[in-house]
Every structure is written in structure tokens, then in C-alpha cells.
Design a protein around this ligand. Structure first.
Ligand code: CAA
Length: 257
């Protein structure tokens, strides 16, 4: 029987998705990416889910796009496939996506990780955009998001040489959020996901949207957007509950309204 390339389950308000092609280091085939985008949309539309945790396995988060899918393709064929439409679907997911990364996060795998909002990485994780070794360049944002995250000097080093960054380098350069011990990489990320999932869902969506605006808009534009999101939250029950709970010295019970 063919293995499922994605495994998923729900734990409280957290949806957990695991990329599951261990024999090819979780290479991101086109059908896998299509299913992943659809699954993310499904959880994004489910009010009981507050946070999505996206994970690979211990050896690999994902070692890139599936090279076998592209090896004999022409430029015209690659354009016709329009595979990056799938990545646009992932880009507009509104709920926080937390990446639990162990092992290789390379090429399209690193690009997928950069579509996530918080990256919790094992101390053994390795990051890179080694497409140059295949005679191509990154195509899902690897030259752009990587450069915005780490700056031109490191981006040029990684993209032109194909070298991998260690978890410590990735943290120092601002590519990932936290490093955790390799024995507990998944559990540590799940703890973060569950902790974020206790926050108000509307405020979480607004916060994600506002931080992402910093990558797309000018400072003046994104400050206007931030203010609009800030004001809008004062019409929510969660704002009243959050501030009442603070005054009453208790934990807030956010309802997402
Ligand atoms: N696509 C398809 N298969 C892959 C793969 C990928 N991206 N990465 C690894 N595999 C397969 C290998 O072919 C191998 O399969 P077999 O056992 O059938 O030979 C299996 O996974 C295990 O890999 P290795 O034997 O190579 O394992 P290793 O520990 O010696 O090396 C590695 C690990 C350094 C990650 C190496 O596998 C590697 O360099 N992989 C390719 C990384 C890469 O170039 N990624 C970019 C892809 S292009 C891209 O992503 C474009 C884009 O921007 C969208």
C-alpha cells in the first residue's frame, strides 16, 4: 500500500501536520504540495483550530522540491505547471503556522519553512538553498525571503556556494526563532504551539498579518495597517475578556469573537 505523504491529527486547538516521505528525505513532490496547501486551507477555515504545527521527521524537515519531478522538464513545461500557485495558497493562510524542524531544511524545504511564522529547530538542523548545485536557483522565494531574513552577505554566501547553515548560525542570522535540544525537538515545538493556541484567535490572525506586512509594505503603509488592525480588535469580545481577566487577576478565556 502506498504511504500517505502527509499525516495529520488534532491535539486540542492545534492541528499537527507531518510531512511523511522519509525514503526521500521528505522531498516535496507536486502532489504533496497540492495536498499540503489544501490541508492548510482546511484547518485555516476550522474555527476550533487556532494554530497549525507543521513538522517533518527527525532526519529531515524537507530536503527540497522533488528533483525527480523536474529532472527532464523544459522551461515551457515548468511554466505550464504553474507550481508556484500552490505556494501562493500557503502564503495567505491566516492562522499562525509553527515549524518543528529537525535535520535537513533545504531548497524548497527551507522555502516552506520560511512560509511558517515561528520556527523551532533542533540543534542538529541544517538549512540551505543548494539549488546552485543542480544548475538552477531557488524558485519559491529562496533568494528573496532568505535575503530579507539574513541579509545580503549571508544570502549570497548560502545561495552561491550551496553551503548549509547550522542551527546556531541560522539562529544568529535571524532565519529561525529558537533552538531546542535534539531529544525533544518535536515536543518543544508542540509546547510552543499549544501556548500560542491559548491566545485569542482574532488577535493571533491580526498579529500575523501585521508582522507579515513589514515584509511587503513600506513602513508608513504598514503602520497605517497596524493601526487599523489595532482599532478593529476593540470591537471583539476577546479584547474585553483579555482586559477584564487582567484586572481580575485570572487567565483569560478567549472565545474568538
Ligand atoms: N528530491 C528527490 N529525492 C531526494 C531529494 C530531493 N530533493 N533529497 C534527497 N533525496 C533522496 C535521495 O535521492 C536518496 O534516495 P535513494 O535512497 O533512492 O538514493 C534519499 O533521498 C536519501 O538521500 P541521500 O542518500 O542523498 O542522503 P545523504 O544523507 O547522503 O544526503 C542530502 C542528504 C545532503 C540532503 C542530499 O540528499 C541532497 O543533497 N539532497 C538534495 C538537496 C537539494 O538539492 N535540494 C533542492 C532541491 S531543488 C528545489 O528545492 C527547487 C525549489 O526552489 C522549489
Amino acid at each position: 500500500m502506498e504511504e500517505q505523504h502527509l499525516l495529520h491529527e488534532v491535539d486540542g486547538n492545534v492541528a499537527i501536520i507531518r510531512i511523511n516521505r522519509p525514503k526521500v528525505l521528505n522531498a516535496l513532490s507536486l502532489p504533496l504540495m497540492e495536498d499540503l496547501a489544501n490541508l492548510l486551507e482546511q484547518y485555516d477555515a476550522d474555527d476550533s483550530i487556532h494554530v497549525i504545527l507543521l513538522s517533518g521527521n527527525e532526519r529531515a524537515w524537507a530536503a527540497g522540491a522533488d528533483i525527480g519531478d523536474m529532472a527532464t522538464a523544459s522551461s515551457d513545461e515548468m511554466r505550464r505547471r504553474n507550481q508556484f500557485a500552490i505556494w501562493e495558497q500557503i502564503k495567505v493562510i491566516k492562522k499562525p503556522i509553527i515549524a518543528a524542524v529537525s535535520g535537513f531544511a533545504l531548497g524548497g524545504g527551507c522555502e516552506l519553512m520560511m512560509h511558517c511564522d515561528i520556527v523551532i529547530a533542533s540543534e542538529n538542523a541544517l538549512f540551505g538553498q543548494p539549488e546552485i548545485n543542480l544548475g538552477i536557483i531557488p524558485g519559491a522565494g529562496g533568494t528573496q525571503r532568505f535575503t530579507r531574513a539574513v541579509g545580503k552577505a549571508t544570502a549570497m554566501d548560502v545561495v552561491l556556494s550551496g553551503r548549509f547553515l547550522s542551527a546556531k548560525e541560522a539562529l544568529d542570522f535571524g532565519l529561525i526563532s529558537r533552538i531546542v535540544p535534539k531529544e525533544h525537538w518535536f515536543e518543544s515545538a508542540l509546547i510552543v504551539a499549544k501556548q500560542v493556541a491559548t491566545k485569542g484567535p482574532i488577535a493571533l490572525r491580526s498579529a500575523k498579518a501585521s508582522v507579515l506586512n513589514a515584509e511587503e509594505l513600506t513602513l508608513s503603509e504598514s503602520l497605517v495597517e497596524e493601526r487599523a488592525l489595532f482599532y478593529a480588535l476593540f470591537d471583539t469580545d476577546d479584547q474585553t475578556e483579555g482586559m477584564n481577566a487582567f484586572a481580575e487577576k485570572r487567565k483569560p478565556n478567549f472565545t474568538g469573537t
